[in-house]
Design a protein around this ligand. Structure first.
Ligand SMILES: [Zn+2]
Ligand SMILES: [Zn+2]
Length: 127
């Protein structure tokens, strides 16, 4: 593989834009990729998409915590709050593409339902 501009030199990389062979003198490194002088401009203008930073919904996380607390304290308040936080988190995740945690939101709702079921069973067993 020879450099496209220097036929006497062996190429060390291929341009990430046009795939031409480039020698070390011809290649320009932008955002971890090799580019030729021609494609360098477009690389600077449109850098490779860096993995979007995802944030976990705090409401989903809190919902799981409250749901777990509900299992310890057996109170319908925790169960209800966990379900509310879980469903709010679902809405938050749906409206924000950078937001994650739908599994956690589901877990919060499940824990909340379990809390309420436990509470109902406790009342019934006492009656
Ligand atoms: Zn190129
Ligand atoms: Zn060259």
């Amino acid at each position: 593989m020879q450099c496209i501009l220097h036929p006497d030199r062996s190429a060390s990389a291929r341009c990430a834009g046009c795939a031409e062979a480039l020698c070390p003198d011809c290649q320009v490194e932008v955002a971890g990729a090799a580019w030729c002088q021609k494609c360098k401009g477009s690389a600077v203008k449109r850098p490779p998409v860096i993995a979007r930073r995802m944030t976990t919904s705090a409401q989903a996380r809190n919902g799981v915590l409250v749901g777990l607390a509900g299992l310890v304290f057996w109170t319908p308040v925790c169960g209800t709050v966990a379900i509310v936080l879980g469903s709010k988190a679902f809405g938050e995740i749906a409206s924000n593409p950078k937001m994650t945690g739908s599994g956690m939101a589901l877990a919060a709702i499940c824990l909340g339902c379990t809390d309420l079921l436990f509470f109902v069973f406790t009342i019934m067993s006492r009656a």
